[in-house]
Design a protein. Structure first.
Length: 88
């Protein structure tokens, strides 16, 4: 569960960064009653980036499949065969 803190000085922000790194904690930073940012361990960021890449890959595969179904994609083997016919 993320810890919520309202840093009052620049040193407090540094302390929260160290805390996230050292304790592998997610820290929410607030200003007044409003959450303005989060500090997360680098491992969490790397996980989120891998997850984002995976979602992008799935979306790409879905789009490719849809294009193939609609006839909007020329498969490599067919393209290659057409090139060979034209070069003769």
């Amino acid at each position: 569960m993320p810890q919520t803190v309202t840093p009052t000085e620049k040193q407090d922000y540094s302390a929260q960064v160290r805390r996230a790194a050292r304790n592998k904690e997610r820290v929410r930073l607030t200003q007044g009653d409003k959450e303005i940012a989060a500090v997360i361990p680098i491992e969490d960021l790397e996980y989120f980036e891998r997850l984002e890449d995976y979602v992008d890959l799935l979306e790409s595969l879905e789009a490719t499949e849809e294009a193939i179904e609609k006839g909007g994609v020329l498969l490599w083997e067919k393209f290659k065969a057409e090139l060979e016919l034209e070069s003769k």
